[in-house]
Ligand binder design. Structure first.
Ligand code: ATP
Length: 155
């Protein structure tokens, strides 16, 4: 039992190490994280329902999970290939397409919730009556840009 618990906690530690590596090394993953941050922020301000929040959580998991797997495939490819390799090119392009398809589906979901269901308009109205909060959101923008382009390994 004790051994099983130790193995389970080790698995979590390995997964968190992978997450940390991706945050540090992958600009695209940081883009997904930043997008998720603003979606959560505007979702809270716009008063998303529990169902909408659950759908958005699935979207975050889908895009970030796809990006993590894409990165794993890229790293294996880089290890395998020295120089140009047609198969590596195909594998990387297909993995990138996988991320693109997930992200496009999530953008469509976001458009349905934020535009179709009026969450974005409600969030803007919410911030309009609390300008100090709106200013605080604006202040996060340069921090987000720095996080995406300058945090960790610069690509
Ligand atoms: N060894 C290789 N042989 C052939 N083509 C390659 C090779 N390495 C990369 N490519 C091509 O360059 C593209 C970009 O590869 P790279 O490893 O730079 O990924 P990336 O820019 O980090 O991608 P992503 O934006 O999905 O994280 C690939 O999709 C592939 O088309």
């Amino acid at each position: 039992m004790k051994k099983n618990i130790r193995k389970l906690s080790e698995s979590f530690l390995h997964a968190f190490r992978g997450l940390r590596l991706c945050i540090h090394d992958e600009r695209n993953f940081r883009v997904h994280m930043t997008a998720a941050f603003y979606v959560i922020l505007f979702g809270v301000f716009g008063g998303v329902s529990m169902t909408e929040a659950a759908i958005l959580c699935i979207c975050f998991g889908l895009t970030m999970g796809a990006e993590l797997l894409n990165t794993a495939i890229e790293r294996l490819c880089d290890k395998q290939a020295s120089g140009y390799d047609g198969m590596v090119r195909n594998a990387k392009d297909i993995a990138a397409a996988g991320v693109f398809v997930c992200a496009a589906a999530c953008v469509a979901v976001g458009a349905c919730i934020f535009i179709g269901n009026g969450v974005l308009a409600a969030a803007i109205k919410f911030l309009w009556y609390r300008l100090w909060l709106g200013m605080a959101v604006v202040v996060t923008v340069p921090i987000a840009v720095w996080f995406v382009f300058h945090f960790g390994r610069i690509q």
